[in-house]
Ligand binder design. Structure first.
Ligand SMILES: [Zn+2]
Length: 180
């Protein structure tokens, strides 16, 4: 089932999400719906608070691209419950977008390589190492779990302008009730 992706400045996006105590069917079903939603919106990552669930669950699919055959993407879907960055190394700057911040691209500097501990969808403690775009995506999604958005990476003036623009859109869409 496709879920509604909340848009900035919906106040739920600013909240800190709570840890998942048990990975059960509810979590598995939510992850499945989040994958469906992300693929339909052409995203590479999605965090549970973006669909209104304030729990520590993120999904991503940063396709592995073979430079000799860029047209054949190998899907690489991963769901991480309670993800925690154990170690990070290097720096990378990437122009990031976000399904919750329409029409916004912000250059953000993050760690180039990360080691992450998490629970998989069977509740099994797991580890993964990611670099480049996949590492960027994981850090972006974990930010969502702490209520940090792409707009928080911009200067104050740019952020104010974007916020005003988004509030105008929300007025048009009669979605003002959800705004801070
Ligand atoms: Zn995002």
């Amino acid at each position: 089932m496709k879920l509604e992706v909340l848009k900035y400045p919906n106040k739920k996006l600013k909240k800190k999400s709570r840890s998942v105590s048990k990975v059960n069917q509810v979590i598995q079903d939510l992850a499945r719906d989040m994958f469906e939603t992300m693929y339909l919106d052409n995203g590479i990552g999605l965090a549970a608070p973006q669909v209104g669930e304030l729990i520590r669950l993120i999904i991503l699919d940063v396709a592995l691209i073979d430079p000799d055959h860029p047209e054949d993407h190998k899907p690489d879907p991963v769901a991480l419950v309670n993800p925690e960055i154990e170690k990070a190394e290097g720096t990378i700057e990437y122009e990031e977008g976000c399904l919750s911040c329409p029409e916004l691209i912000v250059p953000v500097t993050r760690s180039e390589k990360v080691w992450v501990n998490y629970l998989d969808l069977d509740g099994k403690p797991s580890k993964l190492t990611a670099e480049g775009l996949k590492a960027v995506c994981i850090q972006h999604e974990i930010d969502h779990l702490d209520g940090i958005l792409l707009v928080d990476k911009m200067g104050r003036l740019e952020k104010d302008m974007y916020r005003k623009k988004r509030i105008r859109v929300a007025k048009d869409e009669k979605a003002l009730a959800n705004i801070l």
